[in-house]
Design a protein around this ligand. Structure first.
Ligand code: SF4
Ligand code: SF4
Length: 397
């Protein structure tokens, strides 16, 4: 694609990178075929090709931020378009640059909701408090926000364990409050393999929520905090393991996010290189794993952050079939469930429609259980069905 970005913008690292990405797009439109929002609206501007064009015009000063914002805010950042694109266009990175360019603030109720989410979700203590007292007041909250109040509360892991080797487990902020049992199951499974689990006392939010809301300052603050928390433990552990694919995909990107910070770039790159999804880690010991529910039929939902972000399609599927589970066929498995971080709160109508489509596909063959790999998808899907929705680690014993 031809571009005509201002020289002053191209002179910045962000502008140079945006220009490279824009020029790698040949405008073929193949990506529209797998874009969930294009499928919902049929509007070119709600598909990746149209958004790329809008972003180009935004940087060129031809398009108003308001018009671009409307369509960019409807993007799930699911990155299905990246998987489909034959030219390797880094759409997710381009969207992040555009969001920073526009800034995190919005007018009216959308702005209030965004600030509330930024204050609440990345902080496990606040989320835990809300879960304790907020359950009695959910009727006062807007419906999409009320749905985010955890129905039950779990603690983070309370003690480290030792073994012949150790992993550093990312506890996550939402995960340790809403589905903390997942990390407890993993600790038990690893314990049987004589692998100990340590946690970093000062671990905070991975930064993904602020990143996708376009708040660069808060994102980088969160990333630096985690590099400070995780790096000192690296020489004690075999790997940094993430059980929430939405956090893992961001931590794996720390090297890029802090590449321009000479105080952090090297340590951030080492933290990123040491980080693996739990599926990648367990693939190395798969012969020792056992099923917790032998004979159950499973519908597997691979989160976008796992299949499109981390490009780990097939890893968990092999582990689950390897321990004897039957995985049922699921139509359009590449499509997002509509959770997408804060999307279910900020774009509730489209999010609900995407969940409804996803649950229809997942339940087509009457599974006993639905399994996934990210806390956001798990909670979002569970809110729309009576079929139990578990993290796949919970299918192991
Ligand atoms: S992002 Fe890729 S698939 Fe989409 S229009 Fe550009 S080159 Fe084609
Ligand atoms: S990230 Fe997902 S929703 Fe956004 S343009 Fe790409 S495919 Fe569409």
């Amino acid at each position: 694609m031809q571009t005509n970005l201002p020289e002053s913008f191209i002179a910045t690292d962000r502008g140079r990178r945006a220009n490279e990405i824009l020029r790698s797009c040949v405008h073929c439109g193949f990506c529209n075929a797998t874009c969930p929002t294009y499928q919902l609206s049929g509007d070119e501007l709600d598909g990746p090709r149209g958004r790329i064009y809008l972003i180009k015009e935004l940087f060129e000063g031809v398009q108003t931020p308001e018009r671009v914002t409307q369509h960019l805010d409807r993007c799930l950042t699911c990155r299905a378009c990246e998987t489909t694109c034959p030219s390797g266009v880094a759409y997710g990175e381009l969207a992040d640059i555009a969001r920073v360019h526009i800034g995190p603030h919005r007018a009216g109720m959308a702005g209030i909701m965004r600030r509330l989410l930024q204050w609440l979700v990345p902080n496990a203590s606040r989320l835990r408090l809300l879960a304790r007292i907020g359950r009695y007041f959910t009727f006062l909250l807007p419906k999409p926000l009320a749905a985010q109040v955890p129905k039950s509360i779990t603690r983070g892991l309370r003690k480290n364990t030792s073994g012949t080797k150790q992993v550093l487990l990312l506890q996550g902020c939402a995960q340790q409050v809403t589905t903390g049992g997942v990390n407890e199951v993993l600790q038990r499974v690893l314990g049987q393999l004589e692998i100990g689990v340590v946690t970093a006392p000062n671990e905070g939010c991975c930064g993904s929520l602020d990143l996708h809301l376009g708040d660069e300052a808060k994102t980088l603050k969160a990333v630096r905090n985690n590099v400070d928390a995780l790096f000192p433990l690296l020489d004690r552990v075999d790997a940094i393991v993430s059980t929430a694919s939405g956090c893992g995909v961001t931590v794996k990107d720390y090297g890029r996010l802090l590449a321009d910070d000479s105080n952090y770039a090297d340590r951030a790159a080492q933290v990123a290189a040491a980080t693996v999804d739990v599926g990648e880690y367990l693939a190395g010991v798969s012969s020792a794993l056992q099923p917790r529910f032998p004979g159950k039929r499973i519908a597997w939902h691979p989160p976008c952050s796992l299949q499109h972000g981390q490009k780990l399609e097939g890893v968990v599927e092999s582990l689950l079939t390897g321990v004897g589970y039957e995985l049922l066929p699921v139509t359009d498995a590449h499509l997002c469930c509509g959770s997408a971080g804060t999307y279910s709160v900020l774009q509730p109508q489209w999010s609900t429609q995407l969940r409804s489509n996803k649950l229809q596909a997942l339940q087509q063959h009457q599974p006993d259980l639905i399994a996934t790999a990210n806390v956001g998808c798990q909670v979002h899907l569970a809110d729309g069905t009576d079929t139990p929705v578990l993290h796949w680690i919970e299918l192991l014993t």
